[in-house]
Design a protein around this ligand. Sequence first.
Ligand SMILES: O=C[C@H](O)[C@H](O)[C@H](O)COP(=O)(O)O
Length: 224
Amino acid sequence: MDSDYEKKTAAAKSLDWIKEGMLVGLGSGSTAAHMIRGLGEKVAAGLSIKGVPSSDTTAQLAREAGIPLITLEEAGKLDVNIDGADEFDANLQLIKGGGGALLREKIVAYNSKFNIVISDSSKQVERLGKFKLPLETIPFATKNIITELDEMGLSPELRKKGDEIYKTDEQNYIVDVDVLEQNDLVALNNILINIPGVVETGLFLDTTDVIIMGKDEGTVIFKK
Ligand SMILES: O=C[C@H](O)[C@H](O)[C@H](O)COP(=O)(O)O
């Protein structure tokens, strides 16, 4: 089945969780974009919600879709957050950040009472790590961080956009590392996050409540 069709189906299903008056976290990426367009249609039909975007791109898309936006500061805690993922496993653990939005995404997820992940079936894996793990790093520290990650055997690569170094919405860099051979991702995440200058990792290990996966014509739901 076409992965974009599965993304759309999962995104449409996630809107069942959105109720009148909710504060909604708006994820980033192509799957979340389907959800945002669908949510925009519901708003146009009279649903009253407010959204907190997890990236500048999502903010723009949400404005175009007619979704009223507020800041995280204004929102405090969000009722529900809907976001995509680059990979997920049977324990609802994720790798995110393929599009570079991991930092704000993790902040929005952390500040949400309920987290829904929407995905096509290609993202389901037995073991996380075929997708390189993105780390958001402070430019000042990045060269030294890369040296350290190299010594740890994680094959770090500084993310580029064309000839330029890729910059996140927070003006940081992304270093992608290979974690496929790592057995204890919780321990690894603790080590990575404790390197000064690593702002956040794309490992979302305990944030997710429900995963809605588009599969063929329908959806499969994974819960904790
Ligand atoms: O930084 C990007 C986000 O983590 C996305 O949610 C993730 O990369 C999945 O994106 P997509 O839905 O386009 O596959």
